[in-house]
Design a protein around this ligand. Sequence first.
Ligand code: FE2
Ligand code: FE2
Length: 473
Amino acid sequence: MSPQKMEIFKSLESWAEQNMLMHLKPVEKCWQPSDFLPETESEEFHEQVKELRESCKELPDEYFVVLAGDMITEEALPTYQSVMNSLDGVRDETGASLSPWAVWIRAWTAEENRHGDLLNKYLYLSGRVDMKQIEKTIQYLIGSGMDPKFENNPYNGFIYTSFQERATFISHGNTAKLAKDHGDVKLAQICGTIAADEKRHEIAYTKVVEKLFETDPEETILALAGMMKKKLKIPSHLMYDGQDDNLFKHYYAAVQRLGVYTVKDYAGILEFLVGRWNVEKLESGLSGEGRRAQDFVCGLPLRIRKLEEKSMERTKKHGCITSTVPFSWIFGGGGILRDANGYFKGAFTSHYGIGSNNRVELKALFDGIRLCKRLSYSSVIIESDSKIVVDWFRVGKCTLWYLWDFWDECIQEMQGMNVQIVHQYREGNQAADFLAKLGERGSNVIYEEFHELPRLLQGIVRIDRSGLLAIRH
Ligand SMILES: [Fe+2]
Ligand SMILES: [Fe+2]
């Protein structure tokens, strides 16, 4: 950025001090994640976790996909702080600079940090998602960063953040509403509280851009038009979980299907900001290029809406394909039953929306036992890839209190059968692994005939004959 433009941000420091920092909340007045979560120090902790799990059970898996994606986006906060600190004129020069721009960046980050923290802990306790996969996705995402195309220009930065804070205000507000509709008042409160923070941040950032329009209308309108031409990207657009190369696309499709954040919202935000900044009424201080940029921006919301309507019409005309997209964040399981000679006798895939790792292991085992019973096999060796579950059976005791009811059910189901359970590494049985992946993708099938199996699996079964019932999650 040119020295003259740098000078503008220097001259706005006292303005920022008085008009921007007032939108931060003192730490002592802020909510903290623990205000909304079961109290670990309480005698009732276990009861509270049970309640939390009970109240989210009506929410569909797809909702949890969206909530997990939102949490992952919030958790990539180190990236957003780095990006803010890439901006000329406002960056934190020392790490503890006292310039109001730097004070804002640090305190904003500190406030935002509670969002990912709260959603992360909530999702962990809900047992509805595969935390390890989600944690991997966060690590990948922070490692990948983001490319918002700011070109070190703070005009671009403040326009983007105005837009983005409003977008998160809308999307967290919508996840709150959906939670309420499905009877989870507590989760609705969590998402609503985060949305309120986003609103406060939106007010601060839009104020900065308003001031920039007043101080330097030409540069600001060019920046706004430039950013809109590049199409604003969601901060987590580089999301990856180690498995799905189109993870962001799939996540974003789920977000749109649930109506949490849509193209209409995108157009709505732009319309709102154009009004908020009085863009249509800008007159003085604009060159020819500035005026063209102004026309472009003012006409854009309508153009986006028209394009959206056309695409909706096309979908109506040609039908819409809804697919169950595989998400590694949601649990699944599967297993295969073979006789002593390794010949196929049966298989299953199960999609488990609910479950901690161990619960899913146990559930897959339960489904395997049921399959044996259904096919009248009373003497079986079960291979499981969970060392913990195998150990429970070895000592005849489950060590996790919240699985005790289910553990009893499993033992009941095994009455009258001769079952031996052994540990096998996940990689050790490709067929069971394949079936578990189908389960993760939403499949719930029992196969009794070899020819019903997917082609690829038939090949794996032919090669991999170990003569055991193998269970995977
Ligand atoms: Fe946030
Ligand atoms: Fe935010």
